[in-house]
Design a protein around this ligand. Structure first.
Ligand SMILES: *Cc1c(COP(=O)(O)O)cnc(C)c1O
Length: 494
């Protein structure tokens, strides 16, 4: 399998190179040259496999340099019982006969990022070994909250790696911040940035595109890489759980073979929903994608009008991991819909220059045929948490609630009653304040006591990795201006 840049189809490399490099030299995203089709019997075979086996089966199509034996090792290590609190790894919960919740938060950091970030270190170190790369890989991450912790957990004490995470100073929840600043491991660093997620992400991208810096670091024995969702090694493990969810529905006879299913995804950087789209391109009978946003509704407008416009107010919402105005992975969808790197490059340079671009009628039509966009503000998010809890006795986090609200809007507007998988992206215990408010609890406990409070109110246990934060000491307190992120990198590398 060859990988190409979204901005230049003629620039191609191997899977190992794509994963090691993270981003193409021209600033584009490294992406498979084509999407493999699943063989006719694949879903039937996958139906009876474990999650770990499904992951190997799916990933093998994209990673021909890796043997099945290697992938088996990666998969058992990434999705084993020490890491995930359920053998199903990504279980599907039926709320009613047409509504299924794909729970993606059973890993070590209680958010869906674990699904990819438990796998990425194996893919990355495996790729570097294949490339006979001996330098230490230095991973820089910009996070809106969950990626940072997920990446730190995935990479902690992995040989030949160092990892530095930047998060927006006032843009993550208290639990998220505590998860990061107490991170253990000898090769990790965490630093807050004065600014929002986009500032942090822009800063990281700037460091990556600095050729002189790369050269200097190279001489010192370091290779820069990314664990952000632009890395192919992040997107690929996400395709697995959509295929897995469809297989679960088949296995449990919730749907018939070949039956169409919609997918609804609370969306930020567009990585998660892109993986669902890729699963469809590979042959899974997904019909329509519902792209759910919070008040940062740049994608809702884009899907409805074909105009992407980041020139708008930025809101800190109760679903902070979706507080994003530049959805980087959208670029891969644009390549898939245009098959034209020049066209994608032109959109992206307009975005960089003026913060906006308008896609061609052809792209807009194909986008609207497969995607619908809806958004939900914080008040709607709370109402949805309360509604789902009351109706199904099922507790969801604010991000997942944005998804359920969008699904309700979509069903009302279109009357489409196709069975739908809603991606549930975080444990409600990561966002206790919002969840308790939604349940009408005004007098809220401070610090980690709020975990117990949510347990008392709902009768649900707090996930072990969150309860275990109690008593851990803060290791990282650095904070930098957005123009000084490089200083933090230099400090970390010594
Ligand atoms: C990262 C994240 C999202 C957004 O996912 P994207 O792949 O960036 O679209 C949604 N919910 C939670 C809880 C997240 O951590």
């Amino acid at each position: 399998m060859q990988y190409i840049s979204t901005r230049d189809r003629s620039h191609s490399c191997s899977a190992a190179q794509a994963i090691a490099q993270g981003l193409a030299e021209d600033g584009g995203l490294l992406t498979p040259a084509y999407l493999p089709r699943l063989p006719g019997k694949a879903l039937d075979e996958l139906k009876n496999m474990s999650y770990q086996q499904r992951a190997v089966y799916v990933m093998k199509f994209f990673l021909d340099e890796f043997s099945v034996k290697e992938l088996n090792e990666f998969s058992s290590a990434a999705y084993g019982p020490e890491k995930f609190d359920t053998p199903a790894v990504a279980p599907v919960r039926a709320l009613d006969k047409d509504t299924f919740c794909l729970e993606l938060w059973h890993g070590p950091t209680c958010a869906f990022k674990d699904m990819a970030l438990q796998m990425l270190p194996h893919l990355l170190t495996g790729s570097l070994a294949k490339l006979e790369e001996e330098r230490t890989v230095c991973i820089l991450v910009a996070t809106s909250g969950d990626t940072g912790k997920g990446a730190l957990e995935g990479f902690k004490d992995v040989d030949h790696t160092k990892i530095l995470v930047f998060y927006p100073k006032d843009g993550v929840s208290a639990v998220q911040q505590l998860q990061m600043v107490t991170q253990e491991g000898g090769n990790v660093g965490v630093c807050s940035v004065v600014g929002n997620f986009d500032d942090a992400q822009t800063g990281v991208k700037k460091i990556f595109s600095d050729a002189k810096l790369r050269e200097e670091l190279g001489k010192r024995g370091y290779l820069l890489s990314s664990a952000n969702s632009i890395n192919w090694g992040r997107v690929l493990p996400q395709i697995v759980y959509y295929i897995s969810a469809y297989c679960d529905l088949l296995r449990d006879e919730r749907i018939q073979p070949g039956q169409e299913v919609n997918v609804c995804v609370p969306t930020g950087n567009f990585g998660n929903i892109l993986a669902a789209y890729y699963a469809k391109e590979m042959g899974v009978p997904f019909k329509h994608f519902i792209c759910a946003s919070n008040s940062n509704n740049v994608l809702t407008d884009f899907i409805r009008t074909g105009v992407y416009d980041r020139n708008r107010a930025f809101y800190n919402t109760s679903s902070p991991s979706m507080d994003i105005l530049v959805s980087s992975n959208l670029e891969r969808l644009l390549l898939s819909m245009t098959q034209d790197g020049d066209e994608v490059r032109s959109y992206m340079s307009q975005l960089a220059a003026s913060g906006t671009y308008q896609v061609s009628d052809k792209v807009r039509e194909s986008l609207q045929k497969q995607f619908s966009g809806y958004f939900c503000d914080d008040a709607g998010t709370e109402q949805t948490i309360a509604k789902i809890y009351k109706k199904f006795d099922y507790l969801i986090d604010p991000h997942t609630a944005v998804g359920f609200d969008a699904l309700e809007q979509y069903r009302k507007e279109t009357g489409d009653d196709t069975p739908t998988i809603v991606a549930s992206t975080a444990s409600p215990f990561k966002f206790c304040n919002s969840v308790l408010s939604a349940l009408g609890v005004k007098d809220q406990k401070e610090g980690l006591d709020i975990l117990d409070q949510l347990s008392e109110v709902t009768g649900l246990p707090a996930p072990a990795p969150l309860a275990g934060l109690r008593g851990k000491s803060v290791r990282f307190e650095d904070c930098v201006e957005k123009d000084h992120m490089l200083d933090a990198v230099q400090k970390m590398l010594g």
